[in-house]
Design a protein around this ligand. Structure first.
Ligand code: SF4
Length: 467
C-alpha cells in the first residue's frame, strides 16, 4: 500500500506561492508520480545553487544537524539540542511545529543577544522578497520554541550578508500562511491554473495545460494577468474563443472594470492565439525603416543586471557583426571595452534598433561610472528604437515576445531551438564551455532582431515619422 506522506506548509511553498498561486496548491494535493522531473534548465540552476551553498558554507564551517532522512521529528529534536548547546552556527536544522516545517540553511548564535538568528543562502545577487519571507517564516517558527530573532539574513551569491528586521515582514508572513492553509484544505480553495512563462519549467505543467486546453482558457493570451482573466470572467468572458470576439464591448468594459484599449488588445491577442497567426493592426515608426544599426546586450538578471556583453550589427551587412565582452574573465579590461563601444556607437548616425530595455540600461551604467559621459549617453538613448515596443504597437503575436528569439518564433519568421540558452546558462554558472556561448546567444538575438524588423515593416510605416 502506498504510504501517504504529510504535506507541510514550508518555505518552498512560501517561495513558490509568489511565483504562481497554484503551485503550492498542487504541491499539497498532487501525487508525486504526477510531477514531471526538473527540466534541463532547472537541473543546472539547482546544481548551481547546491554548489554555491557548499562553497559559502565551507567558509563558515557550521555544525550539521544529523538525523534519519525525512524524520522531521528527530531533526527537530537534534536542532533544539544544538541550540541548547549554543553551537555557534547550525546547518541542516529543522523547525517543525504542527503543519509548519522550516528548513533554514543556517541558525547563527548571537552571543551578545543570547539568541539565534536565521540566515539563508541564495544563488542570486538580488535579495528577492520571497527570500526575506522564507527567513521571516523560519524566524517565526524559531520564536515559538526559543527567543524570537530580531533580525534575519540572506547571504547572496558573492557572500554578502543582507540583514533586515524580521518584525517588518511578519504581517505578510501571516497573510501568506493563512492563504497556504486554505489551499491545503482542498479543491474549494484551488486558485486554478494560469498560463504563463513560468509554466514552461514547472513540474505540474502537464496537469495544468490539460485543464487550460480543456476549458479554452483566456490565459493563453500572451501577457494577460490573472487579475485580467478574473475581471473578464466577471463579465462573462470565460474562453479564448469568446475573448477573440467579445459580444458587446461596452458591456464588457462596464462589467470587467478593464479599460476599452486593454480589452481590444487582449481580444487581438486571443484572435492571434486562436488562428495561430499574427494579427496586424497598426504601423511602425519610420525610424525602423531608416535605421542602419542593430544593438543587443546581455545582462545577467541573477546578478543584478550585471553586464556581460554587447553586440552590434550593421544592417544589410552580414559580415559587420561585432561582440564586445564587458566583464572579466571574458575581457581583460572591461571598462575600456565599454568606453570603446560607446565611443564607436556615438560616431554613427541615425536610429539604433534594440529589443527591450537592456541596451538603455547598459548606457545608464556608463553615467554612473563616468558622469562626464552624460550628454553622450542621452544622445545615444534618444536614438534607440525598441523593436519590441514597435511590435506591440503594430501586431498581436500568437506567442510570447519577452525575448527577440521568442517573438521571432511567434511571428513565424524563424524557428530557433533553445540549446543556445542552455549552453549560455551552463557557461555563466561555471559548468564549463567557452565564451563563444555568449557570442552565439548574441548572434541569435541580432538575427532575430533583423528578422523582426523586416516583419514589422511588412505592416507599413506610419505617416509623419510615427503614430
Ligand atoms: S503549470 Fe503554471 S499554472 Fe500550473 S502550477 Fe505550474 S506555474 Fe502554476
Amino acid at each position: 500500500m502506498m504510504r501517504r506522506t504529510m504535506r507541510y506548509v514550508d518555505g518552498t511553498k512560501i517561495k513558490e506561492s509568489l511565483t504562481c498561486a497554484r503551485l503550492p496548491y498542487l504541491a499539497f494535493h498532487t501525487p508525486r508520480e504526477d510531477e514531471l522531473p526538473p527540466t534541463e534548465r532547472m537541473e543546472v540552476l539547482f546544481e548551481a545553487g547546491r554548489r554555491l551553498e557548499d562553497r559559502l558554507l565551507e567558509g563558515i564551517g557550521p555544525e550539521e544537524v544529523v538525523f534519519p532522512r525525512g524524520d522531521w521529528d528527530a531533526g527537530f529534536e537534534a536542532t533544539l539540542d544544538a541550540i541548547d548547546r549554543k553551537v555557534p552556527v547550525i546547518a541542516n536544522g529543522v523547525l517543525k511545529l504542527g503543519e509548519f516545517l522550516g528548513r533554514p540553511d543556517l541558525l547563527v548564535f548571537r552571543e551578545e543577544e543570547g539568541r539565534y538568528e536565521v540566515a539563508d543562502v541564495k544563488s542570486a545577487q538580488v535579495v528577492h522578497a520571497s527570500a526575506r519571507l522564507q527567513v521571516a517564516f523560519y524566524s517565526r517558527l524559531l520564536g515559538q520554541v526559543r527567543p524570537t530573532p530580531r533580525r534575519g539574513w540572506v547571504i547572496v551569491r558573492d557572500g554578502t550578508r543582507v540583514g533586515f528586521e524580521v518584525a517588518d515582514l511578519m504581517a505578510s508572513v501571516e497573510r501568506l500562511l493563512d492563504r497556504l492553509q486554505r489551499y491545503r484544505r482542498g479543491p474549494a480553495h484551488d486558485p486554478g491554473p494560469h498560463h504563463d512563462d513560468v509554466c514552461l519549467d514547472c513540474r505540474y505543467r502537464e496537469v495544468c495545460f490539460a485543464e487550460l486546453e480543456d476549458r479554452d482558457d483566456p490565459s493563453f493570451v500572451p501577457g494577460i494577468t490573472r487579475a485580467q482573466v478574473a475581471a473578464l470572467r466577471a463579465a462573462g468572458i470565460e474562453t479564448l474563443e469568446r475573448l477573440a470576439d467579445p459580444p458587446d464591448l461596452r458591456r464588457v468594459v462596464k462589467e470587467s472594470g478593464l479599460a476599452t484599449d486593454t480589452i481590444r488588445r487582449l481580444a487581438r491577442g486571443a484572435r492571434a492565439m486562436k488562428d495561430g497567426a499574427p494579427v496586424r493592426f497598426g504601423a511602425v515608426r519610420r525610424e525602423v525603416e531608416t535605421a542602419k544599426l542593430a544593438v543587443v546586450a546581455l545582462l545577467e538578471e541573477r546578478q543584478t543586471d550585471a553586464t556581460i556583453a554587447v553586440a552590434g550589427q550593421v544592417l544589410g551587412r552580414d559580415d559587420a557583426f561585432r561582440v564586445r565582452y564587458l566583464r572579466a574573465p571574458e575581457a581583460e579590461r572591461p571598462d575600456e571595452e565599454f568606453r570603446t563601444f560607446v565611443f564607436n556607437l556615438a560616431k554613427t548616425e541615425g536610429a539604433v534598433l534594440t529589443y527591450g530595455p537592456a541596451v538603455a540600461r547598459l548606457l545608464d551604467r556608463l553615467v554612473l561610472t563616468a558622469p562626464k559621459a552624460i550628454e553622450t549617453v542621452h544622445r545615444l538613448r534618444d536614438r534607440l528604437v525598441d523593436v519590441k515596443a514597435e511590435l506591440r504597437r503594430s501586431v498581436a503575436l500568437p506567442g510570447p515576445d519577452r525575448l527577440p528569439h521568442l517573438a521571432a518564433r511567434a511571428a513565424g519568421v524563424a524557428a530557433y531551438d533553445d540549446a543556445v540558452d542552455l549552453e549560455l546558462l551552463r557557461y555563466l554558472e561555471g559548468f564549463g564551455g567557452t565564451k563563444e556561448a555568449i557570442e552565439r546567444r548574441l548572434a541569435r538575438d541580432v538575427d532575430a532582431l533583423v528578422r523582426l524588423r523586416a516583419f514589422v515593416l511588412e505592416g507599413g510605416v506610419a505617416e509623419g515619422g510615427g503614430p
